[in-house]
Design a binder for this molecule. Sequence first.
Ligand code: GRF
Length: 180
Amino acid sequence: MIGVLVSGNGSNLQALIDAGLPVAAVASNRKDAYALIRARTAEIPTATFALDCHVSREERDLVMATWLEEHGVESVVLAGYMHLLTPPFLARFPDRIVNVHPSLLPAFPGAHPIDDALAAGVETTGVTIHLVDEGLDTGRVLRQEAVPVDPRETLEERIHAVEHRLLPEIVAGMLEGAAR
Ligand code: GRF
């Protein structure tokens, strides 16, 4: 069973749901994330763990990890989740947390990779699916796919289309591996 962490629109969460993957719970740091509405529409339990409701980031992450485990979560997918995870959370799901990032890491880590790639004037950017560690988009790369920058008007759309294809594929493989 997977748990998905979200902060925003949740189109990657939707791709996981539409692929029929076993999403057991969806958690967010923001109560206004549209991704939560997508989860509720799919009758998936949701919860918000806002930083200002906890004494520290570590404590928030521990409570969130416990909530996910209580819902049967064994693997975690970050689908547009905009906070770094702390060691107490990472230790609960060792090598079982993946992130989707819209650049060819290690190029353009951080919050604005598509804008950063455009500003840098590169011809090719892409999508990376990687394991999550304490760093900012630094974990071991599981899969990458290049996307040409031009035509730039459609770059974002084309990147998202690749994300929505790759993420469910990698997560399905991860679940199969875990079941073996
Ligand atoms: C995606 O581009 C993902 O790669 C990045 O944040 C964006 C989230 O989009 N980490 P969505 O919320 O899944 O629509």
